[in-house]
Structures are given as C-alpha cells and as structure tokens.
Ligand binder design. Sequence first.
Ligand SMILES: NC(=O)c1ccc[n+]([C@@H]2O[C@H](COP(=O)([O-])OP(=O)(O)OC[C@H]3O[C@@H](n4cnc5c(N)ncnc54)[C@H](OP(=O)(O)O)[C@@H]3O)[C@@H](O)[C@H]2O)c1
Length: 325
Amino acid sequence: MRAIEIKEYGGPDVLQPCERPMPGLKQGEVLIRVHAAGVNRPDVFQRTGNYPVPPGASDLPGLEVAGEIVDGDLAGSGFRKGDLVCALVQGGGYAEYCAAPLGQCLPVPKGLSALQAAALPENYFTVWSNVFDRGGLSAGETLLVQGGSSGIGVTAIQIAKALGHRVFATAGSADKCRACEELGAERAINYKTEDFEAVVKEITGGRGVDVILDMVGGDYLPREIKALADDGRLVFIAQLGGSKGQLDMGQVMRRRLTITGSTLRPRPVAFKAAIAASLRERVWPLIEAGWIKPVIHQTFPLEQAAQAHAMMESSAHIGKIMLEL
Ligand SMILES: NC(=O)c1ccc[n+]([C@@H]2O[C@H](COP(=O)([O-])OP(=O)(O)OC[C@H]3O[C@@H](n4cnc5c(N)ncnc54)[C@H](OP(=O)(O)O)[C@@H]3O)[C@@H](O)[C@H]2O)c1
C-alpha cells in the first residue's frame, strides 16, 4: 500500500512517500481503506523525535482517519463491511489502509463527507475527555480555551457553545480572534495585545471562569490560576510555552482549585471506547443537526504530507489541516 513514512527525525521533508505491507489486524481491530486522514500537532512532535511511538503501534504517522471498513470481525458491533467510519488510531493514518480498534470507530455523521469526518476523532476525543470528563464542565459553567484557533481549540469552542456554555478563547491575531468568535466564542482575546487574565476577570464580573483548557503552560500558569473562579479546574493538554511555571499553592487551597491534565494516546482501548460512546450519544446528534461543523483550513494530497506539516508549523491555519487519498 501507499503510505508516508518518517525517514529520519527532522523537518517536514523527512516525510516521504513509500510502499509498505498492508497492516495486520490484532484482535478487536478492523481494517479501514482510508479516504482521508487528519494532521495533528502530535504528528509534528513525532516527526521531530519528541513524541515516541507507543509499543506495538505503527511507526507511520497519523492518529485519525475516515474511510470504508474492508475487513475484521464485526460481530455485535452494528457495523458492516463497506460502512463509512471515522476512527481514532494508534498511528498509521498517513496510509492507504489503516488498522483501527473497533471501539474507537464511529459512524461518519449524517451530512458529513469522509474528509470532514476524518477531521473529528483526535480533537473530539481529546476535548471530550479533558473539558467534560476531566474538567467536569457542567451546566451553567464557563470555559476559557487557550489556542482557540487550533484544531483542538475550534472543537472545544464549538462543542461547549453547542451545549449551552459561555466560551472565551485566546488566539494570536485579529483574524484568528474573529474566527473564534464566529465559531461561538463570546469574546476572543488576542494574547499578543491583551492580557487574558484581565479580560476574563472583566467579562465575568470579577468571578473568573470555571474551566480552562490549556495547551500553552509555562508562564501562563500563575495568570490562569488568577483567571479561575473558586472551585475552578485547569486542564493541561500540552506545554507549547514550557513545562515549568510558578504556582501559588495558597490560591489553590483557599479557592479549592484543581490542576490536572492528560495525554490521550497511551490510554487503553477501553478508555477511548468509553469516550467514543459519549461522543456518539452527546455530540454526534449536534453534528447531525448542523450545530457543529468541522473547520477545515486546507486539504493536501497524501503525497504532500510535508507541505501539510510545514503549514501546521507556520501556525497560519485556523482549524484542521487534512490529507486526502
Ligand atoms: N494531551 C492530549 O491528549 C493531546 C491530544 C491532541 C493534541 N494535543 C496538543 O494540543 C495542542 C493543539 O493541537 P492541534 O493539533 O490542535 O495543533 P495546532 O492546530 O497546531 O495548534 C497549536 C496552537 O497553539 C497556539 N498557541 C501557541 N502559543 C500560544 C499562546 N502563547 N497562547 C495561545 N495560543 C498559543 C497556536 O495559535 P497562535 O498561532 O494563535 O499562537 C496554535 O493555534 C498541541 O500542542 C498538541 O500536541 C494534546
């Protein structure tokens, strides 16, 4: 089959087209003929040697695909061969065929193309797990999304808004801020010209927000602590601004704050299957009703994966960058 491999760790050009054997199936996996795959920041980290492949996973990049089920034991799953699904995978998405655990497959939502559906799994699983399960965002609560124009960010804004929450976001340009507001953020904060802590305090009448989804970390930490409401939760999913920051423990105790975080990829299939079930029940109906639509910035042919990575590293994008076969 055709695939894109990481020849050696380095810049986008190390992503090269290759021929690989078809993936073998482990128990509980299905084979998907890939129509489209999403590009995610963790793929960039894998390419540069900063995100090791978990044991047993494909060394090919790619954490999400959509396409047709062509093989596997489907007994009792409700899926049949030929069905179009999207799936969160352990790697190997940049390829003509990809193995996926059955529990991590979801039907392509009605009204979406396979390309649009391939934009969902990595971001939707991550956002559901961190904002709703871990962060516990519940009725009447407010959310601040750092990196609001990222693939993750637009997803968090859209889902939280569709579920009735007030959402605020940060982004690095006026255009990105406008996009965040068009997607449902009540107020987008340009972090290059404004202080998110001051703005959040002002728009919440001094109270702060209940949950912050953060991919920046570093010197954001003390400001995020101040931007949280009492009993607030700060959830880290990345550390683009550095892994160390100053923490005022007095604030954490006095105001009963929770600081947490997680990484999705190493979690077991059963954990991810539970997220898939929640998404199918709570979020798929919102997509099918037209409340949420994936935001695709640009689509490249599979062979141009290097250009897709260069675009991601330029941070020019708003939403998802995709590969199509
Ligand atoms: N923990 C997990 O399970 C998990 C799963 C998936 C992804 N992730 C992580 O989540 C992050 C987003 O992933 P993605 O695929 O959506 O990547 P992406 O689209 O490339 O997003 C990265 C974003 O970070 C923003 N950013 C950088 N510095 C910032 C700052 N100081 N303040 C606010 N925003 C800032 C950039 O926006 P500007 O251009 O506006 O600066 C950009 O939109 C990545 O770091 C990825 O590794 C974690």
